[in-house]
Design a protein around this ligand. Structure first.
Ligand SMILES: Cc1cc2nc3c(=O)[nH]c(=O)nc-3n(C[C@H](O)[C@H](O)[C@H](O)COP(=O)(O)O)c2cc1C
Length: 208
């Protein structure tokens, strides 16, 4: 199927029917996240995959009881590292070195970038790493649409409460955005019949 047809098909599903998505599809969505590009390739995030009713209940109230949490098949919680530590920077350099079979000296430009990232304030690091997580979120939504799986990106939640519910502070992580995955509830989703609202091509693009 054509990707544009699938992107027209997808919408931020408001009600889901509780049906489970196939494990193979979840694997494809995970792989789309893993393969997402990120600045200097750092992938400074961790994605929690929540399937149990118990954990969904825990995050439901921080997510203002939006029904997709309980009605989804899985909820993905995109979280980012608190900061870039010396150890993480060194581990990443060694990882790139061994994956590519190159010398450490040849990675001096990457080393410089990492040193600058290490100097960021906690707030700047959160903003920077969140951008990387959002790119991965976009990949996941497109992959889901291609698999005819519904998804809802969700920023409507209390980050502090959700972080606490999942014990993220102890893991030096902070939540950024959620993605509910599942199947639309054809009977009860008010948005299903609404026209997709998008600006015209000429409003968005400037051909130079
Ligand atoms: C980053 C982000 C956060 C969003 N947060 C929520 C949310 O908390 N709850 C919700 O129902 N929809 C949420 N949405 C859905 C948007 O309202 C929706 O994507 C937008 O209106 C475009 O409509 P469509 O995705 O249905 O085509 C969010 C979308 C994005 C991209």
């Amino acid at each position: 199927m054509d990707i544009i047809q699938n992107l027209n098909w997808r919408y931020a599903t408001k009600r889901m029917n509780g049906n489970k998505i196939p494990p193979k599809s979840l694997d494809t969505i995970k792989e789309s996240i893993r393969l997402s590009p990120s600045s200097v390739g750092l992938q400074p995030f961790k994605i929690f995959i929540i399937e149990s009713e118990e954990l969904k209940k825990k995050i439901s109230s921080p997510a203002f009881n939006q029904p997709q949490i309980m009605e989804s098949s899985h909820v993905l919680v995109f979280s980012v590292w608190n900061s870039l530590t010396d150890k993480e920077a060194n581990d990443y350099l060694s990882f790139v070195q061994s994956e590519r079979g190159v010398t450490l000296e040849s990675l001096s430009t990457l080393d410089n970038y990492l040193n600058n990232i290490k100097k960021m304030s906690l707030e700047d690091f959160y903003n920077w790493s969140s951008k990387q997580a959002y790119i991965a979120l976009g990949s996941a939504m497109i992959a889901a649409a291609e698999l005819k799986i519904d998804s809802t990106p969700m920023e409507g939640f209390n980050k502090e409460e959700l972080d606490k519910a999942l014990g993220l502070p102890e893991k030096n992580l902070k939540s950024v955005v959620l993605l509910a995955l599942g199947y639309r509830d054809e009977q009860n989703d008010w948005l299903i019949k609404m026209k997709k609202v998008r600006r015209k091509e000429s409003d968005l693009f400037v051909q130079l």
